[in-house]
Write a protein that binds this ligand. Structure first.
Ligand code: FAD
Length: 578
């Protein structure tokens, strides 16, 4: 038994990307739009984003979208597609004003303009020195974006299915036909027949032990399409943010360094002087995370331990109070220390997936190296790879990515939905999901979901995080084979229908295992170091062989890798110094 719905456009996910897409799509007359989200919309991870959203407004000092574009290309170690990056940086400017007009409460300058602050890798005049480009609402920028967009969607009359988990994509005759979901409160199965389906399901950082990502970031959208034969792009590039609270991974925004915070080792040295003499603590994240690991390896972690200090003690108290109030609270709550007086213990934390579902600049999902489109399927935000972030994302570029490409995708999908009739709905569309649920329920094995997940997280951290080697990655590959075998023998202890989180966690663990597989396969194959992917056995970037995107396919339980060229328009690859 299932409950059937029909909408012209169905958006999966109610974070910034999903809400922006819904808002745009709902403005097109006669297009019926629904948003299906496993979380209540304002609980989406976008709401935790702290430091800022960038656009070259030039409110504090002269700026231009070309400089922003150059920084994004270079920050991504030349793997980003420059046609998409140009769109990102040009459209960012108008979109910030659009958000402002929707009522987003940005911090302001004395003259009333939106204030801007420094962030890693953002520079003036093509790398000459840091620039203030990040617009922000204290250290709650994402929270404000999410609230603002949600209000607009409600005003626009968008229909929401809150706490519905999508577990399958339905294809019919080479087109997208809809999705299958479970309602958390009742356990009922719901089918959504649609002309357009838009994945905006966010990131997947929960395969790592130390992560800034919420528990729900299990890469569902990526894994669902992956299992339906659609490739994932550049999954080996996973960003570690330099400053997670030690042992907890909770994020301390880069905005803290943007406001003048300094990283120090056990000797009290500002060690970034040695690694990035121009940008120092505002170098891109991949470089700083590696520098922290190297300091620790050389015995300069604090007290010989595996962390360093983030020093804010020299900042004006008022700056902390007005511009960084939330992170100051986190530090007081979780560590019991006052950042005004004491330094904060930090370590790199798994933060952001540069890879994801491949799309073109209209948000349309592409399924091969020739960029063939799968009609009706869209993606944007962290779940997608358009690819604006290349091999390493710059801080504040994700929030602008979700807004720019959420809007483009939502707009395109609505027009597409207007121009076509409903695809055929296959009569057994819900059967694969029903079968999977009964497999989980009738499992006779004794394997425990939490135990497998925690082994996955520990080993991914050891062998597939900031530094990688052939032998470590091979070890991880073997580990994954074992964990997947054990996963087949898991047992769901909750047999009820309502709020069966046990069942949902089983699905989510399966997704994390599949995505880890894609990360490791891409990382093993890519014999170079670029951006966040650092192979100690191949420490140099190798443009002649590896200036290309990875496409990873899952076919009959096996992985297959293909490659496609990077789009280069304005900026030829150069050495990456900061
Ligand atoms: C702590 C933290 C701080 C950050 N700070 C910044 C910052 O200052 N600046 C910046 O640019 N970036 C920042 N980022 C990154 C940025 O916030 C995210 O990349 C971005 O918000 C992702 O938005 P999204 O819309 O793609 O996904 P999300 O906001 O994660 O939303 C995903 C949505 O998908 C839904 N969903 C997922 N799976 C399913 C399913 N199976 N069925 C139905 N619905 C599903 C969820 O319910 C949710 O609504 C930060 C990230 C973190 C973790």
């Amino acid at each position: 038994m299932s409950i059937h719905h029909q909408y012209d456009a169905v958006i999966i996910g109610a974070g910034g990307a999903g809400l922006m897409a819904a808002l745009e799509a709902s403005k097109v007359p006669e297009v019926k739009v629904a948003v299906v989200s496993k979380l209540y919309p304002t609980r989406s991870h976008t709401g935790t984003a702290q430091g800022g959203i960038c656009a070259a407004l030039g409110n504090v000092e002269p700026d231009s979208w070309e400089w922003h574009m150059f920084d994004t290309v270079k920050g991504g170690d030349y793997l980003g597609d420059q046609d998409a990056i140009e769109i990102l940086c040009r459209e960012a400017i108008d979109l910030i004003y659009e958000l402002e007009h929707m009522g987003l409460p940005f911090n302001r300058r004395p003259d009333g303009k939106i204030d801007q602050r420094n962030f890693g890798g953002h520079t003036r005049e093509f790398g000459k020195g840091p620039i203030k480009r990040a617009c922000y609402a204290a250290d709650r920028t994402g929270h404000m974006i999410l609230q603002t967009l949600y209000q607009q969607c409600i005003k626009q009359g968008v229909t929401f299915f809150d706490e519905y988990h999508v577990f399958d994509l339905v294809l019919s005759g080479g087109k997208t036909a809809g999705v299958v979901a479970l309602c958390l409160a009742t356990g009922e199965l719901h089918t959504f027949h649609a002309k357009g389906v838009f994945f905006a399901t966010g990131g997947c950082g929960k395969m790592y032990q130390i992560t800034s990502n919420a528990h729900t970031l299990t890469g569902d959208g990526m894994a669902v399409v992956f299992r339906r034969g659609i490739p994932l792009e550049d999954m080996e590039f996973f960003q570690f943010h330099p400053t997670g609270i030690y042992k907890m991974g909770i994020l301390i925004t880069e905005g803290a360094r943007g406001e003048g915070g300094i990283l120090r080792n056990d000797k009290g040295e500002r060690f970034m002087e040695r690694y990035a003499p121009t940008l120092l603590d505002l170098a891109p994240r991949d470089m700083i995370s590696r520098a922290i690991y190297l300091e620790i390896r050389d015995g300069r972690g604090i007290g010989g331990e595996d962390y360093v200090h983030l020093d804010l003690t020299h900042l004006d108290q008022e700056v902390i109070k007005k511009k960084l109030p939330d992170i100051a609270d986190f530090v007081r709550t979780y560590l019991g220390i006052d950042p005004v007086k004491e330094m904060i213990p930090v370590q790199p934390t798994a933060h952001y997936a540069m890879g994801g579902i491949p799309t073109d600049v209209e948000g349309r999902v592409v399924i091969d190296e020739k960029n063939t489109i799968l009609p009706g399927l869209y993606a944007a935000g962290e779940t997608a790879c358009v690819s604006v972030h290349g091999a390493n994302r710059l801080g504040t570029n994700s929030l602008i990515d979700i807004i720019v490409f959420g809007r483009r995708g939502g707009r395109h999908m609505a027009q597409f939905a207007k121009s076509v009739s409903f695809p055929n709905w296959p009569k057994d569309a819900e059967v694969p999901l029903q079968e999977e649920i009964s497999r989980f329920r009738s499992g006779k094995g004794k394997e425990n979901i939490a135990a497998i997940r925690s082994e996955l997280q520990v080993s991914m951290m050891e062998d597939a995080s900031v530094f990688r080697t052939e032998s470590g990655l091979k070890k991880m590959e073997g580990k994954l084979t074992g964990l997947k075998e054990r996963f087949k023998r898991i047992r769901i202890s909750d047999v009820g229908a309502a709020y069966n989180t046990d069942l949902y966690e089983a699905f989510e663990l399966g997704y994390l295992l599949d995505l880890s597989d894609a990360i490791v396969a891409g990382a093993l194959s890519r014999k170079e170091s670029r951006g966040a992917h650092c192979r100690e056995d191949y420490p140099k970037r190798n443009d002649s062989e590896w200036l290309k995107h990875t496409l990873c396919y899952q076919k009959n339980g096996k992985l297959e890798l293909k490659y496609k060229p990077v789009v280069i328009t304005r900026f030829q690859p150069q050495e990456r110094k900061y």
